[in-house]
Design a protein around this ligand. Structure first.
Ligand code: ADP
Ligand code: ASP
Ligand code: MG
Length: 403
């Protein structure tokens, strides 16, 4: 029977879902059940439990700023362990399965090691194996650059593998399984009374992901938007609820009284760079080093141009090396790593001056010390000393996130 687009489902299982052999066997049973329904299944797996953190620590104990190419060679092994074990577990259940690395799956990326972007997916081998009625297991978080080097996609990158494959295969569904049954109005581990959100727009989810909500990866959401793929965020074991990430339609209008957000999220530590001059040179060095900026502002021209830029260190394992190069530029660099951010996401939120004023006043009334606020039409981002980030998340959630 020819493979029809309608019958393919891509399921992604995150690190906690395959943290030990019992969980891995449960995933195998779930995959086997889906395959027995007559659907063709492509499974994307993350590294088991904390494997990626452990591999990173191993690298750091050898070198404080490990070369990104070698780091990618190391980190990509985590997902390969999961893929091979899951294929074996499926075999034990009588399901014909085969595992592929990212490069075998035709995932082509740019050459930015440790934070590569997928450029193209050519899933020829996957399609061949699906035609043979096999379940295909793919190692998430990795690909191959056009220079034929192994790359990794940045933390949480297995989500992106899943969405990009779903798009390339014309899959009927892309299901992302983790330890939560979808997206909440805040991280339930930080805000226990956060509520479940059955549906979110691509815009809202991307804004949340870019500001630290790791439940879904930002690059994955932007792929889903471009390909028109609906993401179903679900829990591996337990609840049958889900969150669907869908095209936005009409933005949820802010009510007349204004104080309302869809969700609140946080990033514990952000890096803020300020150069008093030579801002353009600093920007091009950051570009050369493949640093993704969350925010930047260049003011002035020529040698006198000053730069202010914000970035998140997670995907910059060799940051000390980049920082040393920046200092050598002679820009009077100031680098602040003492703050984190708490961001409220909701249409119209950041353009409402009254909301901004009330948020600032509320944080201060809670005994917190916001040092900066940045507003865009979809979000309001507040900077605080990082020991205050969790408390500020709870404070903003109770102020802005009514069910
Ligand atoms: P996986 O390893 O399966 O990819 P992650 O740990 O990356 O899973 O993502 C799931 C985690 O995301 C949850 O355990 C939760 O603590 C966290 N999280 C952060 N923000 C949110 C949110 N708004 N809604 C739900 N979970 C969130
Ligand atoms: N294993 C990688 C990480 O821990 C990728 C992923 O889990 O999506 O970031
Ligand atoms: Mg994840």
């Amino acid at each position: 029977m020819a493979t029809t687009a309608k019958t393919i489902v891509v399921q992604k299982y995150g690190g906690s879902s395959v943290a030990n052999l019992d969980r891995l066997r449960s995933v195998a049973e779930r995959v086997a059940a889906t395959a027995r329904q007559g659907r063709r299944v492509v499974v994307v797996v993350s590294a088991m439990g904390k494997t990626t953190d452990e591999l990173l620590a191993l690298a750091r104990s050898i070198s404080p700023a490990p070369p990104r190419r070698e780091l990618d060679m190391l980190l990509s092994c985590g997902e390969r362990i999961s893929m091979a074990l899951l294929a074996m577990a499926l075999g034990e259940l009588g399901v014909d399965a085969i595992s592929f690395t990212g490069s075998q799956s035709g995932i082509l990326t740019n050459d930015r090691h440790s934070g590569a972007r997928i450029i193209e997916v050519r899933p020829v081998r996957i399609q061949d194996e699906l035609e043979r009625d096999r379940v295909v297991i793919v190692a998430g978080f990795q690909g191959m650059s056009y220079k034929r080097e192994i790359t990794t996609l940045g933390r949480g990158g297995s989500d992106t593998t899943a969405v990009a494959l779903a798009a390339a295969l014309g899959a009927e569904a892309c299901e992302i399984y983790s330890d939560v049954d979808g997206v909440y109005s805040a991280d339930p581990k930080v805000v226990p009374d956060a509520h479940h959100l059955p549906e979110l727009s691509y815009d809202e989810m991307q804004e949340l992901a870019e500001h630290g909500a790791k439940v879904l990866n930002a690059q994955a959401v932007s792929w889903a938007r471009r390909a028109g793929i609906v993401i179903h965020a679900r829990q591996t074991a337990g609840s049958s609820r889900e969150t669907r990430i869908v095209p936005g339609g009409e933005a949820d209008p802010i009510r007349a009284e204004g104080l309302r957000a869809r969700a609140v999220t946080a990033t514990r530590t952000v890096v803020q760079l300020r150069t008093a001059r030579r801002g353009l040179q600093a920007l091009s060095l950051l570009g050369e080093e493949g640093v993704a900026l969350r925010h930047s502002r260049l003011v002035g021209t020529g040698e006198a141009a000053s730069l202010e830029a914000t970035l998140v260190r997670d995907d910059l394992p060799d940051w000390p090396h980049t920082l040393a190069r920046l200092r050598d530029l002679g820009t009077d660099l100031v680098c602040d790593e003492e703050h984190g951010t708490v961001t409220a996401v909701g249409a119209g939120l950041g353009s409402n001056a009254r909301v901004l004023a009330q948020v600032g006043a509320h944080l201060v009334a809670c005994g917190l010390h916001p040092v900066r606020m940045e507003a865009s039409s979809l979000s309001l981002c507040t900077w605080l000393p990082h020991p205050e980030v969790e408390e500020a998340t709870r404070a903003l959630h109770s102020l802005l996130c009514h069910e």
